[in-house]
Design a protein around this ligand. Sequence first.
Ligand code: ATP
Length: 248
Amino acid sequence: MDDAVRLESLAKTYGSGDSVVTALRDIRVSFPKGNFTAVMGPSGSGKSTLLQCAAGLDRPSSGRVFIDGTDIAELSETQLTKFRRESTGFAFQAFNLLPSLTAEQNVALPVRLAGRKPDRRTVQQVLAQVGLEKKAGSRPGQLSGGQQQRVAIARALVTRPAVLFADEPTGALDLTTGRELLDVLRKLVDSPADDGLSTVVMVTHDPNVASFADRVLFLADGSLVGELISPTSEAVAARMAELAVPKC
Ligand SMILES: Nc1ncnc2c1ncn2[C@@H]1O[C@H](COP(=O)(O)OP(=O)(O)OP(=O)(O)O)[C@@H](O)[C@H]1O
């Protein structure tokens, strides 16, 4: 199976001298196409840093990141920005929608920012993929939190990226709406549109949320320390409890 993203010996440090923080050390992992991966680990273990580096939002200190076969270290800042815009989607805990724009206009924004005219059909298609075809004309203030996050996901999908990165996408949602959003992500992977995305990489703190993934990766102190395939929430919670035990 092809890899949507591959991380080779990835390391990331912040600061220098006495104040240096090692956020990631020697991460080697692939995210295959057609796969939904959750990244878990205790607070400060490096989850967000991994996601930011894997998505090309941050440059690693060493190691390589391949997205859809492209070594992003070879790209200039301008090329990387363009590449990221076209090949990756990103969804955060905060939806970051523009309140004065309709759902449809919010979704079309990345295309406009890239200097192109949005294709109305594509915008409608991605809104339908997240179950919001009837809300195209609504402004964020007229939508529930779960619906707003689904607009944010549709916006991330509009450029037909190879991979969607999501950092705590259900963090601001209640249980039911969080579940609905996870069903949407699951569907993107299980029944992708013709030229659509089928790979999701998601950071979460919640074992229930992680259990929607095909695989869970566990980070501790910047290192990859294990994985679970076809995870149940109980198995994820048990593994997290082990990681929380302080080392002697
Ligand atoms: N911009 C930064 N400058 C300095 N240190 C940073 C920076 N960003 C992250 N760190 C440090 O890197 C380490 C990993 O942080 P990261 O945010 O990736 O962890 P996380 O697992 O996502 O944490 P959380 O679950 O609390 O969000 C932590 O020790 C953090 O303090």
